[in-house]
Design a protein around this ligand. Structure first.
Ligand SMILES: O=C(O)c1ccccc1NCC(=O)[C@H](O)[C@H](O)COP(=O)(O)O
Length: 219
């Protein structure tokens, strides 16, 4: 069965249309001000209103306070909040309760020491996004286009939906899914022609490659 795909960091109507037409299940809008993929609330609202029913609109925030989340959820019709910072399990639970929206918590992985945090968030979040931890000195906490060692999570399962991210491209997405057992994948840099510039042809190629994943997971 085809993998469910999230295209993250969309900033233009053209890239939203390309992702929707190609069959993306989730579209990510980035509200981290320092990101080259950041959108304003007005821009995000305009983009989100054009998304058809059945495609989930995901708001990516980094250690956002309630004021920021109040403004975001008032202005933009989003379906899922993606917490991409150092939010604790307690903060995840608080955000879920306050906004009544599903929360996808991101956990960065670089070594086996990072795995217990996945289990902690699995108890409170609605979804997990298992991403590469940002390299030392990186300016951005995500969207760095680097994979992590997939063997770290091979064979592991969690009792909630989860996505794999980090350095995925049309060339490696099917293998990444086979190696990890992921049924959902997230991509940003791998569908860009330059940092922050989504390429419709790369979006289509990625989603086509994710649809080819009909090989059982390697154990
Ligand atoms: O993409 C960004 O600029 C970004 C900035 C701050 C926090 C998170 C960010 N991206 C998060 C994502 O969901 C990416 O899709 C994920 O990290 C994978 O990125 P990539 O390795 O570039 O495919």
């Amino acid at each position: 069965m085809a993998l469910k795909v999230k295209i993250c960091g969309l900033t233009t109507p053209e890239s939203v249309d390309a992702a929707v037409d190609a069959g993306a299940a989730y579209l990510g809008f980035n509200f981290f001000p320092r990101s080259p993929r950041a959108v304003t609330l007005d821009r995000a609202r305009e983009l989100a209103l054009a998304v058809p029913d059945g495609v989930a609109k995901v708001a990516l925030v980094v250690d956002a306070d309630d004021a920021m989340l109040d403004a975001l959820t008032d202005a933009v019709p989003v379906d899922i909040l993606q917490l991409h910072g150092h939010e604790t399990p307690e903060r995840v639970a608080e955000v879920r309760a306050r906004y009544g929206l599903p929360v996808m918590k991101v956990v960065g992985v670089a070594s086996a020491d990072d795995l217990p945090l996945i289990d902690a968030h699995a108890r409170v979040a609605d979804q997990l996004l298992i991403d590469a931890k940002a390299p030392k000195g990186a300016v951005l906490p995500g969207g760095n286009g680097v994979p992590f060692d997939w063997r770290l999570i091979a064979g592991r399962r969690w009792p909630l939906p989860w996505m794999l991210a980090g350095g995925l491209t049309s060339a490696n997405v099917a293998e990444a899914a086979r190696r990890t057992g992921a049924r959902q994948v997230d991509v940003s840099s791998g569908v860009e022609s330059a940092t922050g510039v989504k390429d419709p042809a790369l979006i289509r190629a990625f989603i086509e490659a994710a649809a080819q994943d009909d090989v059982p997971a390697l154990r």
